[in-house]
Unconditional design. Structure first.
Length: 56
């Protein structure tokens, strides 16, 4: 799992950059959700294959 405290940006840079727009935030969240689903599906597929191999 990624750490939330690994940002190497300087505080001044963080405080002077404008916040994300709603569209940017939505795109980031869509990518995050897509990646999480891909990982979950891979885990489920691996478990199903493992279960199927045990039944042989």
């Amino acid at each position: 799992m990624k750490s939330n405290y690994s940002n190497t940006a300087q505080l001044k840079d963080l405080m002077t950059v404008p916040p994300m727009t709603a569209a940017q935030h939505a795109e980031v969240m869509r990518k995050r959700i897509q990646h999480r689903r891909m990982v979950e599906e891979a885990k489920e597929l691996k478990q199903a294959e493992s279960w199927h191999a045990e039944k042989r």
